[in-house]
Design a protein around this ligand. Structure first.
Ligand code: ACM
Length: 534
């Protein structure tokens, strides 16, 4: 039988209508009704007078929809009604990050118990519109319809994060903000900023200006893979840092999108940029430059009282700048050879009655933990902070393996799962031959999606210690924002679903089918994702 083109089009349209909308991360419950709500010049965005959380979410909705639609979407206090998108704070039983979204033929209603839930309802509504809504310029001729749906949604985990390494390559502030936007679209809520390392110190500290005057700049950068010998360099000075005003601006920008920025100040290892600025913080007498190549390096902070007080001064300024509860103090890959060789460190250990270097590090970390607690903050560190003993109130970020997270959870620590095998997005996502140079590893999308942050062997009490998961974008081999996005997406879409959607509702085939549509959104948003393999 021959079908006319017109009839074929009708059939195709009906099929598209019937398909479940391609929302990423997949909502807990999405029921498709019949029909659609079409936005037009008269559509208003309303919220109850005095409902500040709904007003803020309405502002974000207008900001997201106006550029591409060109619709006025006049916003103001008002009630639910025909041709409105109404937002309202209301107890939903879905927690502060949960929301309900109901779209009928002539209206949409978003309810949430608090600001985050309302904001996530807005993110889902954006994804129900044609993908053209994500463009920065007006998309003429698009009909702005939203299918009739009823969505009830809430996240699986409280910690839904990504790490940006601003130290190995300086990350321009405008890109950090764009990254926050893309995280928020995926209902992610933590951005871990790795701010200090051997190759650069990226945050202004008023009390110690040389940290950025000296520490934010390196003479040049290694060319090629970090293992390649002999080393060759590009001869170009590289660096940059965020002023405290810029940090405040970024923190506010992220907060408006319900993303908490967690700073990381590395200690005692990954410290060479700071030691280059203030040599008395180190263990050797010769001056050190800001490091120009990659890898684990022996120049770590000494554990003298003066160094501990210096770093507490730094943390005091950092704690004042970042309103979030958690401060990350690093703690990874601090090789102890300089401490073993240093008479001063050996005397310090003897004076304190500490029998080995792991206990010296444990003491160092405990001093930071006590200091942060005194400021109402919680310490997070990479899993090596457990070596030599760790206060139960410290949170462990398990990177070397899932097993480290299991050990930490069983010992009563809160845990963020960040294992190399599943969450190191600096690893290759396809065979290296067709990809830009990377650090190594192999983490294709399917493997990334297969991760479950709660391993089966945890009992209910230990499982409840898993706050969530995050992925890492270490930037040794990721020098530009475009490359960073290429490594992040679409694997971060998979991660978003891992940390948001109930495990039983996740399915890789279903995810990749939705991803086809979702990547159109990212394309329109100007995100340089890696295309799916055909
Ligand atoms: C790490 O990758 N060294 C945390």
């Amino acid at each position: 039988m021959m079908l006319s083109m017109a009839l074929l089009n009708v059939v195709a349209f009906a099929a598209a209508e019937a398909a479940a909308p391609a929302v990423v991360p997949k909502p807990v419950s999405l029921e498709r009704g019949t029909g659609a709500f079409t936005l037009d010049d008269a559509t208003r965005v309303t919220f109850p007078a005095g409902d500040a959380a709904a007003e803020a979410a309405a502002a974000m909705l207008g900001e997201a929809l106006r550029p591409a639609t060109g619709l006025p979407l006049a916003a103001g206090p008002g009630s639910e009604g025909a041709n409105t998108i109404h937002l309202r704070t209301e107890e939903t039983g879905l927690g502060p990050e949960g929301y309900r979204l109901e779209v009928a033929g002539d209206r949409a209603l978003i309810t949430g118990a608090a600001g985050p839930g309302l904001f996530y309802g807005v993110q889902t509504l954006r994804q129900l519109l044609p993908a053209a809504v994500f463009g920065a310029a007006r998309a003429e001729g698009t009909v702005w319809t939203v299918p009739c749906v009823r969505v009830e949604d809430r996240p699986r985990f409280a910690w839904r994060g990504m790490l940006l390494d601003t130290a190995r390559h300086f990350t321009p502030l405008a890109f950090v903000k764009k990254f926050v936007d893309t995280l928020a679209l995926h209902k992610m809520n933590r951005l871990h900023l790795h701010l200090t390392d051997d190759q650069g110190w990226r945050i202004e500290i008023k009390k110690y200006p040389k940290l950025t005057e000296v520490g934010a700049w390196r003479a040049e950068t290694l060319v090629g893979h970090y293992t390649k010998k002999p080393r060759t360099f590009d001869g170009k000075r590289h660096g940059g840092f965020y002023t405290q005003d810029e940090i405040r601006d970024l923190v506010a920008y992220a907060a408006a999108r319900h993303v908490t920025i967690m700073p990381e100040i590395e200690m005692p290892g990954h410290a060479q940029a700071a030691i280059a600025a203030y040599p008395e913080l180190g263990n050797v007498s010769e001056p050190l430059p800001v490091l120009t190549y990659w890898g684990v390096n022996p120049n770590i902070f000494n554990p003298e009282e003066s160094t501990i007080l210096f770093l507490q001064d730094v943390l005091a300024e950092v704690a004042d700048l970042f309103p979030g509860t958690y401060i990350h103090i690093g703690g990874d890959e601090a090789t102890k050879e300089q401490w073993e060789k240093s008479p001063a460190v050996q005397k310090r250990m003897a004076d304190l009655g500490l029998e080995d270097e792991d206990r010296m590090q444990s003491y160092f970390i405990s001093r930071m933990n006590d200091f942060l607690k005194g400021r109402g903050k919680k310490l997070v560190g990479w899993d090596e902070i457990m070596d030599g003993g760790l206060g139960a109130d410290a949170t462990v970020m398990a990177w070397r393996s899932v097993d480290k997270g299991i050990t930490a959870a069983k010992a009563g620590h809160d845990v963020v799962m960040a294992p190399t095998a599943f969450t190191y997005f600096d690893y290759y996502q396809a065979p290296a031959k067709g990809e830009p140079l990377g650090i190594g590893g192999f983490l294709p999308l399917k493997k990334a999606y297969s991760f479950d942050p709660v391993p089966g062997e945890l009992d209910a009490a230990a499982a409840a210690r898993v706050l969530g998961a995050q992925a890492q974008l270490w930037s040794e081999h990721i020098p530009t924002p475009e490359h960073c996005e290429y490594m992040a997406f679409p694997r971060a879409c998979a991660l978003a679903e891992i940390v948001w959607t109930p495990q039983a509702a996740r399915d890789y085939e279903d995810f990749t089918a939705r991803l086809e549509e979702h990547l159109k959104r990212l394309k329109n948003a100007g995100v340089n994702f890696r295309p799916l393999d055909k």
